[in-house]
Every structure is written in structure tokens, then in C-alpha cells.
Design a binder for this molecule. Structure first.
Ligand code: ZN
Length: 180
């Protein structure tokens, strides 16, 4: 008699326990899943942060007025006035805004234009280009691919081997001596 009463009760308890156990397992699994999602989100943020994006105000604080005018307002320094147009140091020219390595002294040449000129960037992915129709001309604007700083323009009257002339504002660059 007691068995008959107990057994269904035990069964009920067992079922409840199994139910509870399953619920716990599910909760654990979804916790692991959201853990993975957090990890994915983090990875995404790392990729996003490779691009250096700042507000105008932040750039204004970080740059001198001339640097800001050229790089963030697509300005042009006056020819023969920049720090690097006649500079012959051996090293790397970095973006003044974000520090990305853009041009090597090995590809710098004297174009006679009054602006530092290079026939090639350090690698193609360091820069991006856009069509610039300002001043009644069609030119190809050169930008830093990491922070979108305006650097200058690229023309097709450069020396071999590329035949390109990257005409860059000194003020957009920061020279760094090569460490051997
Ligand atoms: Zn940059």
C-alpha cells in the first residue's frame, strides 16, 4: 500500500529532477553561446579598430592648424615650403594623423614640383584613392587608408618603374629614420 503511494510520488520527483537538470543544461548551453557571441563581437571590434576614426574635434586637438587644414580639409601646402620636398633622409614616411607607414625614402625622387614625390607607396593597401574634380580638373586624390587623411594626389608622369608620381604634402607626413 505504501509502495503504491510512494512510487508515483518518487516518479514525480524523479521527473521534476530530470526536468530541472535539463533546464540547467539548456541555461549552461545558452550561456556558452552568448560567451561565443561576446568573443565574436570582440574580434569584430578589433577589426573595426584597425581603422582610425576620430571626430573632427578630436583631430583638431591632435593636429596643428596646418596639419588639420591639409589632412582633414583636403588643403595643399604651398610648393617649396614643406619640410620634406628637398629632404633626403633614409627612412619611412608615416601618416601625421595615425602613424601608418606610407612611403619609403627608397621610392622618393626629386620631381622639381616643390612637394615630396614618390613613385610608389610602401604597399598598395596603405593608401586609397578617389577621383577629385575640384578646381576644374580631374585628379586622383591620395588618402591614408587607415584614417582617411588627405595626403595629396597621384599623377601619371612619374619615373620608372611605375610611371607614377605621388605628390604628397610634407605636412601630412612624419619622417622616421630607419633603424638598422
Ligand atoms: Zn593615417
Amino acid at each position: 500500500m505504501i509502495d503504491r503511494i510512494l512510487n508515483p510520488t518518487l516518479l514525480l520527483i524523479s521527473f521534476s529532477l530530470i526536468g530541472f537538470h535539463l533546464a540547467c543544461k539548456q541555461a549552461q548551453e545558452s550561456a556558452t553561446l552568448s560567451g561565443n557571441n561576446a568573443e565574436l563581437q570582440e574580434q569584430k571590434e578589433v577589426i573595426m579598430s584597425e581603422k582610425d576614426e576620430k571626430t573632427e574635434e578630436q583631430w583638431r586637438h591632435l593636429l596643428t592648424p596646418e596639419q588639420f587644414h591639409v589632412t582633414r580639409r583636403k588643403g595643399t601646402e604651398r610648393a617649396f615650403t614643406g619640410e620634406y620636398h628637398d629632404f633626403k633622409g633614409k627612412g619611412v614616411y608615416k601618416c601625421i594623423c595615425c602613424g601608418s607607414e606610407l612611403f619609403s625614402s627608397e621610392t622618393k625622387y626629386d620631381s622639381g614640383t616643390g612637394w615630396p614625390s614618390f613613385w610608389q607607396p610602401i604597399s598598395a593597401d596603405k593608401i586609397s584613392t578617389e577621383t577629385d574634380n575640384s578646381f576644374f580638373m580631374t585628379r586622383t586624390e591620395v588618402l591614408c587608408s587607415k584614417c582617411d587623411a588627405h595626403l595629396g594626389h597621384v599623377f601619371e608622369d612619374g619615373p620608372p618603374p611605375t610611371g607614377l608620381r605621388y605628390c604628397i604634402n610634407s605636412v601630412a607626413l612624419n619622417f622616421s629614420e630607419k633603424r638598422e
